[in-house]
Design a protein around this ligand. Structure first.
Ligand SMILES: Nc1ncnc2c1ncn2[C@@H]1O[C@H](COP(=O)(O)OP(=O)(O)OP(=O)(O)O)[C@@H](O)[C@H]1O
Ligand SMILES: [Mg+2]
Length: 334
């Protein structure tokens, strides 16, 4: 038997995860840094930096987020960054120790069909065969919920909502909305700036505050943060703003879920209503499952729950698919 490595890859707008049949799993922020000039190159001692390493050295680098919404996928610098990033991600699971590598890849839903051929180009020479699937489907497969469920993947760039009924979902089974983690960060930033005139806040600052303290569906909590207002330090409570920002995404996601239920085969609708699964980083908002259930309760009895491993569920599901699908489901890209 030839020695084959299977990998599941979740290429995310914000972060990416690779999971291998040898038991390795790694998550890296989807960001690539290139030294700005020869001085930076000498000081850093390398031509390309990834994830945290790139962020730590951001002042000496040009930064690329090659999977971010709005990045033109034919832009050469970003395409090269995407290639370098995927190679790096693969290297973390030691593919050279195997005769061949078969990969199941999930890419952000805003990466269109032409971009998918870029994705294949990106992987050529690094994996022998690939299969591209959607994030919600990979999640459902991984947790063995493909019989009848709705998976709501609240990522950074998009929220992808899909009906799963025992087979690969088609385009009609999925709705994608642009409101997700990045959108939430901008809402929160706006609220902070409005309340504290002159406050100097960046998107990264508000994202960290959100990740540390997000919640919905409960009384306002105290969340003290430090801000600079016109250069002067201030410690303020933004607990009310965090809940306001997080609440604002609930009706938008809820409406999309209702649409996915309403357009399903009527005999399946009760099953789908009873198995709504939240995943992706946005599912880590405290209280979101109960709050979502309340928001859609007008369509009948519903059951909403969160996956256990929000960050790894896509890559792990992709890995499970990789090992269980017959070879003829793959596209050889040697
Ligand atoms: N505790 C938390 N509360 C709220 N949001 C969180 C929390 N932890 C992470 N997030 C957010 O989840 C998002 C990242 O989730 P995820 O890794 O699923 O996205 P992604 O796969 O990179 O994006 P996409 O699927 O859109 O391509 C970020 O916006 C991040 O700020
Ligand atoms: Mg994702």
């Amino acid at each position: 038997m030839s020695d084959r490595l299977y990998v599941g890859i979740d290429l995310g707008t914000y972060q990416s995860t690779i999971s291998s049949s040898a038991g390795a799993i790694h998550t890296i922020e989807t960001i690539v840094g290139r030294p700005k000039d020869p001085v930076a190159r000498n000081f850093l001692g390398r031509d390309v930096l990834f994830g945290n390493d790139a962020l730590k050295n951001k002042l000496a680098c040009n930064l690329y987020r090659p999977m971010a919404a709005g990045v033109a996928q034919d832009d050469e610098a970003n395409l090269a960054a995407a290639k370098a990033f995927v190679s790096h991600l693969l290297e973390t699971v030691d593919p050279e120790e195997y005769d061949e590598v078969f990969g199941v890849i999930c890419s952000p839903s805003h990466v269109s069909f032409t971009d998918k051929s870029n994705l294949v180009a990106t992987l050529r020479g690094q994996v022998n065969a690939i299969m591209v699937v959607t994030e919600p489907f990979a999640t459902a497969y991984g947790i063995e919920e493909i019989a009848g469920s709705i998976v709501v993947d609240i990522g950074a760039g998009t929220t992808d909502i899909a009906r799963i009924h025992g087979t690969f979902p088609s385009d009609e089974d999925q709705i994608t909305i642009q409101e997700a983690g990045d959108w939430l960060d901008l809402e929160l930033m706006e609220l902070v700036r409005k309340k504290y005139t002159g406050a100097q806040v960046t998107k990264d600052m508000v994202r960290r505050w959100k990740e540390a303290s997000s919640y919905v569906g409960m009384d306002a909590k105290e969340v003290m943060v430090e801000l600079s207002v016109e250069g002067k330090k201030q410690v303020v409570d933004i607990g009310d703003l965090i809940v306001e920002a997080c609440e604002s995404i609930i009706p938008l996601v809820a409406n999309a879920v209702k649409k996915i239920v309403a357009t399903a085969d009527p005999e399946y609708q009760p099953i789908l209503r009873n198995n709504i699964i939240l995943s992706g980083g946005g599912s880590l908002i405290e209280g979101i499952a109960a709050r979502m259930a309340e928001e859609i309760s007008d369509i009948g009895d519903v059951n909403v729950w969160c996956v256990e491993d929000a960050i790894n569920s896509v890559a792990n599901g992709a890995l499970k698919l990789a090992g269980e699908m017959p070879d003829d489901m793959y596209t050889a890209i040697n």
